[in-house]
Write a protein that binds this ligand. Structure first.
Ligand SMILES: Nc1ncnc2c1ncn2[C@@H]1O[C@H](COP(=O)(O)OP(=O)(O)OP(=O)(O)O)[C@@H](O)[C@H]1O
Ligand SMILES: [Mg+2]
Length: 186
């Protein structure tokens, strides 16, 4: 059985189509293959289940991030690796989630230039924004605040998904060691 102190939250933040879901799935597969318990929390899925009244104002986006953070904290403090794939555009909201977790938290900036993300346009959001069908698209006509001190930055325009997953895994393993040391000292 996984020890409670092996839990960790891996928070993937970045623009739409930056690669969060792709990396989350890759990470989950790798970690499950090691016998770890893993839960992937997709920002949109949490919003659909627990944030049905929320829109896309700053306040509502921050509230969705807060709720995802509460779930991730509950999971990770019980030995689960919670992998979050959420645009989560605002620094302060992400920092609040980090504070909730203490050392059990790794922030990965899934970073690709907006031009590359718009080219990928996995969900067609960038095209819909250009067509005037959606407003407030993060990185285009809504803010994205890049993390100031993430544990890892993955430039997904310049590396393969496998290399991105590897880079996040290195940061995650380092954090697990630190978190365990921190817990033992208490
Ligand atoms: N190094 C990489 N890491 C992740 N994805 C990559 C990488 N290189 C290319 N890609 C491609 O970029 C796309 C990223 O799409 P993905 O759905 O993962 O983005 P997302 O950040 O989850 O977007 P959204 O916020 O809209 O859910 C995929 O088609 C993926 O194959
Ligand atoms: Mg996604």
């Amino acid at each position: 059985m996984a020890a409670a102190n092996e839990g960790l939250t891996i928070w993937l933040t970045g623009l739409p189509s930056a690669g969060k879901t792709t990396i989350a799935r890759g990470l989950a597969a790798r970690l499950r293959a090691e016998g770890r318990r893993v839960e992937v929390l997709e920002g949109e899925a949490v919003r659909a289940q627990l944030g049905r009244e929320l829109g896309f104002s700053k306040e509502d986006r921050d509230e969705n991030v807060r709720r995802i953070g509460v779930l991730a904290d509950l999971l990770s403090r019980n030995g689960v690796i919670a992998i979050v794939a959420a645009v989560s555009p605002y620094n302060e909201a992400r920092e609040r989630v980090r504070s909730l977790h203490g050392l059990r938290f790794v922030e990965a900036h899934v970073a690709a230039p907006v031009e590359v993300c718009a080219q990928r346009d996995v969900k067609g959001l960038y095209a819909r924004q250009r067509a005037g069908e959606v407003k407030g698209l993060t990185g285009v006509d809504d803010p994205y605040e890049a993390p100031l001190a993430p544990e890892v930055i993955v430039p997904t325009h310049a590396q393969s998904p496998e290399d991105s997953v590897d880079a996040v895994l290195v940061a995650a393993r380092r954090a697990m060691v630190l978190a365990r040391g921190g817990a033992a000292g208490k």
